[in-house]
Design a protein around this ligand. Sequence first.
Ligand code: PMP
Length: 436
Amino acid sequence: RSARSNSKHLFSRAKAVFPDGTTRATVEKDPVPVYVQRGEGAYLVDADGNRLLDLNNNFTTLIHGHAFAPVNEAVVDLLRRGTCFANPTEHEIALAELLTARIPAIERIRFVNSGTEAVMFAIKAARAFTGRPGVARIEGAYHGAYDWAEAGQAISPGKHGWETTPIATPTYRGTPTSVAEDVHLLRFNDVEGLVKRLSAMSERIACVLIDPMPSRAGLIHPEPAFLEALSATARKYGILIVADEVLNLRQGYAGASMRYGVKPDLIAAGKIIGGGFPIGAIGGREGVMRVFGAEDTMPLLPQGGTFSANPVSMVAGRAAMEAMTPEAFDRLEGMGERLRRGLKASIVRRDAPFSVTGAASLFRIHPKRVTPVEYRDAHLDATEALLMRKMTRHFLEQGILLPYGAAACLSTAMVDNEIDLILRAFDDFLDAESQS
Ligand code: PMP
């Protein structure tokens, strides 16, 4: 029996019912998906009984790893009393109070069920507030599946290389071309391009959608000058700043915008705030959030949703977030720093063609000698993609699930031992590479 025979069998069943054998395009299948039997803290046990250190944590959602006891207890307790109602519950108020108390830019909040929905409603809110249709966003960044958030996410060089000024095209065949007319692409850390683009199109732009460290675009540190120019230019033209913190809220107690000095008008959140259950949230300035309604006015943007603020996600999120004290964030950050420093030291020792980006509990290893400063630098050519594939395969053989071409993350279920495992696996990989 091969190490993955049960996964192979499950994949053959899955191919008969799902279009490509999966229900998410993001499932890694090299050559078959690793089917999961259960999760235990920092580890997964796959369908064949292999124990794997999970550096994906459901795309950075599980900040406490799997089956975190306080979340389980809160959810089990709730299940006995009903899981969803058309009526509001105290649970939604409690999670809202926690988030508004921690994150200064969130004065008012609305809950939805995914990051996609959170970004979509944040864009719609910015449009309703400004009366303008357009969105400016970073080329290569991922913001979920709303058409206007999506255009520009999968851009690659053309026949003659990269366009100096990136132009949005509808991401998928058949998308109305009008979508791309209202999406304005910016290059990350390109101050001049940003100022030029925003000022030229200002009358049509409702918001700049900015993830301060876009993961798919390379998990690259923002230059302070870039974020300053973004804020100043947006303010000058009455363009709202929408921070997509769906992934990066995990960078600190008060989130990523606070960490990097951005003052957003709206924040889209998700992932960790649901404690492992589906969630999204739109938060922001009271004055802007009034588009969703105020006691004395009709909403400009009515937003509902059958499962919005469902009590399961609310109590799970609250249990997970309550455990994320400032000390818990500090411990995660310390482990993250030790890990990134160790990875970089391995690279330097061998003068290997790799680099490392990330912050707090997040990291990404690039098969690139020069540390990327924008999406284009992080974009892989065919040779680099092969090397990346080789690396993730090596990690898997060592019992570590390292996401391919995306942010990897730590969880509070990990201790120094897990950091050592990752460092050793990377060292072994570089050794093998230097001998091949
Ligand atoms: N924005 C960012 C920055 C994300 O990382 C993601 C999910 N990876 C989304 C939006 C979409 O969130 P969801 O998958 O919950 O719809």
